[in-house]
Design a protein around this ligand. Structure first.
Ligand SMILES: [Zn+2]
Length: 418
C-alpha cells in the first residue's frame, strides 16, 4: 500500500538518495510507552581523513515533512553501530504522528559535509507491531510498524491511520494497587497499605475514565484474601501478566513506604525506570507535592532528583541473585547494575527494561512478555510513609490532593483535554 502511494506521489525519487553499497541491519527495535527506538549496525568502509559526525534516523512522510532522531554511535574499521535507546521513553513519539505514511532511513553525516542515506533491513526475531495511541475524543490512531521494500530498497515504515477504536484487549492506562490478597503491605495500627492504595486506584480510575481514558486495574479488591500475590504474580492471571496483557501506554503502581529513613520526615518518592528521561517522573512528584501539600522525601538512597528515584540492582543484589539461582539449581538471570530492581517497572518494559523472568526460577511462573519489544512505561509512586504520622494522616484525609497531582501530570504529559 505504501508502495502505491509512493509511486502515485512521485516519491520514488527520494529513494534515489539511498546509498546501495551498504545496508543497515536492525538488531533491536522496540516501543516503550509512547516512544519507538531502533538500534543496528552498518558495514562500511572507513575513508581515511573523513569522520562520521552525526547519525540520525530520518523519519519522512509522504508530504516530504521530516524529522531527525539523533542516534548515539560508534565506528571502527569494522563498521558503524548506532542506537537511539539512550533514553527509552524518548525517540520517535508515536503520539505525535499525524495520519500519513512514514518511512525511516539511516542518515549518516560526514566531516567533509557528505550525507548518505542507508536502507533498513530487519535482522531481529521480531515482526510487525501494531500500536494504538492514547484515546482522545473517543478515537485513536492505529500505527502499523513494519518493514517494506521499494524496488530493491528495504525500509522501515510507519503507517498512521486515524479514527480508529481501541480493540477490546487494549487499554490506555493501567493502575496497579500494590500488594493485595494475603499481602497487606505496610501497616500502621489497623491501617493497611494494600487497602489504602486500592482505594486510591479506584478513585483514580473513575477520574481517568471521566477524561475518556480506558483504564485497567491489576486488582480490584475481589482477589482471594488468602492468595499470596508475591508468589502468584507471574501466574497466568498474576499481576505481571495481567498488566502486560493490558497493552497500556502507562502503568502507575501505587504504594506507601514502610521503612522509615528518619523519624520525622516522610514525603513522596516516584521510582522511574533506568535509561529514561526523568521529566515525567519529576512532574508527577512535583504535582503531588503541590496539590497534596506534602513534601519530597529526604531519603537519599537511589535518589536522582527531588522526589525522583531510580533503583537498579547493586553488586550485592546481583551476587545474592546468583547464589539463589545456584542454590535452587537454575541458570541465573542476566542481571546488571543497569537492571531495574523494582519488578513491576522491570517486568512490564519487555526488552527495553531487561525484563528477565522467563521461567527458569521454578518457584514461580513466567512473565510471558519478558522478551516483548512492546513495553509499557511504568512508574512506582510511594505516596509517603505509613510509619510517619503526618504522612499517614495526609494520605488518609486528603486523597484528593494526591489524586489531583497524578491526574494533572497525566493530562499535561499526554496533552489530554488541552
Ligand atoms: Zn508497597
Amino acid at each position: 500500500m505504501i508502495l502505491k502511494e509512493l509511486e502515485k506521489n512521485g516519491r520514488k525519487n527520494l529513494f534515489n538518495l539511498v546509498d546501495k553499497t551498504s545496508l543497515v541491519n536492525i538488531t533491536k527495535y522496540a516501543i516503550y510507552g509512547t516512544h519507538f527506538n531502533i538500534e543496528g549496525t552498518l558495514d562500511f568502509i572507513k575513508i581515511s581523513g573523513i569522520k562520521v559526525e552525526n547519525v540520525d534516523l530520518l523519519v519522512k512522510d509522504l508530504d516530504g515533512n521530516e524529522q531527525n532522531i539523533k542516534a548515539e554511535f560508534n565506528y571502527s574499521d569494522d563498521g558503524l553501530s548506532f542506537s537511539t535507546f539512550g533514553e527509552i521513553n524518548e525517540g520517535i513519539d508515536l503520539e505525535n504522528l499525524s495520519e500519513n505514511s512514514y518511512y525511516i532511513l539511516l542518515k549518516v553525516s560526514y566531516s567533509n559535509s557528505d550525507i548518505k542515506y542507508f536502507s533498513l533491513v530487519n535482522s531481529t526475531e521480531y515482526n510487525n507491531i501494531t500500536y494504538y495511541t492514547i484515546t482522545k475524543n473517543e478515537f485513536n490512531n492505529k500505527i502499523d510498524i513494519g518493514f517494506e521494500k521499494y524496488n530493491d530498497i528495504s525500509y522501515m515504515s510507519l503507517e498512521v491511520k486515524g479514527g480508529e477504536k481501541l480493540p477490546e484487549n487494549v487499554y490506555d492506562i493501567a493502575l496497579d494497587a500494590g500488594h493485595g490478597g494475603r499481602d497487606k503491605g505496610a501497616t500502621s495500627g489497623d491501617y493497611k497499605e494494600a487497602e489504602i492504595v486500592l482505594d486510591y486506584c479506584l478513585k483514580l480510575k473513575t477520574e481517568l475514565e471521566n477524561m475518556g481514558l480506558k483504564v485497567f486495574l491489576s486488582r480490584d479488591g475481589t482477589e482471594d484474601s488468602k492468595e499470596d500475590t508475591t508468589l502468584t504474580m507471574y501466574d497466568e492471571n498474576g499481576r505481571i501478566n495481567l498488566l502486560n496483557g493490558s497493552y497500556a501506554k502507562l502503568i502507575l503502581s501505587i504504594h506507601i513506604n514502610e521503612n522509615k529513613y528518619s523519624k520525622s520526615n516522610g514525603g513522596v518518592e516516584v521510582y522511574a525506570p533506568n535509561d529514561c528521561d526523568l521529566g515525567f517522573a519529576k512532574e508527577i512528584a512535583n504535582n503531588i507535592v503541590e496539590k497534596a501539600n506534602t513534601s519530597f522525601s529526604q531519603n537519599t538512597a537511589y535518589k536522582e532528583e527531588e522526589g525522583v528515584y531510580v533503583k537498579n540492582f547493586r553488586n550485592a543484589d546481583i551476587v545474592a541473585t546468583e547464589s539463589r539461582a545456584k542454590r535452587n539449581g537454575y541458570e541465573p538471570y542476566h542481571v546488571t547494575t543497569s537492571t531495574p530492581y523494582i519488578y513491576v517497572i522491570r517486568e512490564t518494559g519487555g526488552i527495553s527494561t531487561n525484563a528477565f523472568v522467563d521461567g527458569r526460577n521454578k518457584s514461580f511462573g513466567t512473565n510471558k512478555y519478558y522478551n516483548s519489544n512492546v513495553g509499557i512505561e511504568t512508574y512506582q509512586i510511594e505516596l509517603g510513609y505509613m510509619a510517619i504520622e503526618n504522612d499517614l494522616q495526609n494520605i488518609l484525609n486528603n486523597p484528593q490532593g494526591y489524586i489531583d497531582g497524578i491526574i494533572e501530570s497525566i493530562k499535561n504529559h499526554y496533552k489530554i483535554g488541552l
